[in-house]
Ligand binder design. Structure first.
Ligand code: SAM
Length: 369
């Protein structure tokens, strides 16, 4: 009698199936991001938040869009679990779709710290120059910031806006007693905000401290134009000014009581040059504060709780923008404490102190002269 050989089980089957499952969940996440981007940009969520349950015809009419597209999007959002439908069995054009209140806060409430719609704009922006990105990976070149377009710039600005307006001048700076006192005192304190983007950090400081004057500096002209418009809309054009300047330009001059850089040092091709300029811009008794990502101190295979996101930004955007100008420090989003300390010491600072300010994504550094 011949023996039937036992079935050899695939030793990798469990791992393969778990990975398949993960990839399918990721695909669902990508559809969430891109379809939420559509709903946000087209004003669909705002209409649903303001008007309650809507049919596809009502949504299309109130947003100047095409009914067939609106219907497909409403159905897709419902199947994805983002919207709810009042009567799923009704005829297609008669179904009413609603945005649940908890989802409405995340998708439409610009003043909420839970507002996350801009994340979709930022992610879509980060994927725009994919062909140039592939080329950069092959050649070692970079992708200029401008290639990422308005979505990247606006998404970045809107992601940080609420924190800058609500927390920067009301929680973060008050946690640095000497800086807080100086910003409140006479004569008016002067603040330089390096890599200011669309200006919300400069505006947040000026709103919280009515005496201060702020100069925001950024190399990207569209960002500076947006910043000027934001300051004008906030009624701050007399105290907050924006300038198109390279942060590492050694001819930057001033006598500032506070010099800041929010989420930008890791993007700079010449971070040491920029820190040297920040050192020169600060008065002898001025403070230099850098806010950057709260990544771990060393590489670990799992990364800390924010590194999955920071590495994501890095492979798509921050490393390639940093490498668009050569020579480049090629930092990437995952700028660890020791890296910043090295840059600071090379720029002439004595040391770097990590400030005791709690934030999930950010770490606060004070550079000591
Ligand atoms: C990630 S964004 C941060 C913007 C803003 N600080 C914020 O937190 O929303 C980085 C900013 O650094 C600016 N930037 C990059 N290289 C620069 C340079 N050499 N000089 C000045 N700004 C620069 C970019 O234009 C961009 O606005």
């Amino acid at each position: 009698m011949t023996e039937v050989p036992a079935m050899v089980s695939d030793p990798h089957a469990e791992q393969r199936d778990a990975f398949l499952d993960r990839m399918l969940k990721s695909a669902s996440g990508v559809f969430d991001i891109f379809s939420v981007y559509l709903g946000d940009r087209l004003g669909f969520y705002q209409a649903l938040a303001q008007r309650g349950a809507l049919t596809s015809t009502e949504l299309a009419e109130s947003t100047a869009t095409h009914e067939r597209y609106a219907r497909e999007w409403l159905e897709q959002q419902t199947v994805a679990g983002i919207l709810e439908v009042d009567d799923g069995a009704a005829d297609g054009a008669l179904r009413r779709f609603r945005l649940p209140p908890g989802h409405a806060e995340v998708l439409t409430d610009r003043e909420s710290l839970n507002y996350l719609a801009p994340l979709t704009q930022l992610l879509v922006g980060a994927t725009r120059p994919l062909d140039a990105l592939l080329q950069a990976y092959r050649t070692g070149g970079g992708v200029p910031y401008v290639a990422y377009g308005a979505d990247l710039c606006e998404g970045q600005a809107s992601m940080n806006r609420t924190m800058f307006l609500q927390q920067l001048g009301h929680e973060w700076l008050p946690a640095i007693p000497d800086v807080h006192a100086r910003l409140q005192s006479d004569p008016s304190a002067m603040v330089a905000d390096i890599g200011c983007g669309a200006g919300w950090s400069s505006i947040g400081i000026a709103q919280a401290y009515p005496k201060v004057r702020v100069d925001g500096y950024d190399l990207d002209t569209p960002s500076v134009e947006l910043a000027r418009a934001n300051a004008a809309a906030a009624g701050l054009s007399d105290r907050v000014h924006f300038h198109v300047r390279d942060a590492s330009d050694p001819s930057l001059t001033g006598q500032y009581d506070l010099v800041t850089a929010f989420e930008c040092v890791h993007d700079l091709s010449n971070p040491v040059g920029a820190l040297r300029a920040m050192h020169a811009l600060a008065r002898e008794d001025g403070a230099v504060i850098i806010v950057d990502e709260r990544v771990g101190d060393t590489f670990t295979p799992t990364g800390n709780e924010v590194e999955w996101m920071m590495y994501g930004w890095s492979v798509l955007h921050c490393l390639p923008v940093g490498m668009a100008e050569q020579p480049s420090a090629a930092t990437g989003t995952v700028m660890r404490r020791a890296t910043l300390r090295r840059y600071a010491q090379d720029a002439g600072f004595r040391d770097v102190e990590v400030l005791p300010i709690d934030n999930f994504f950010f770490r606060f550094y004070r550079l000591l002269p």
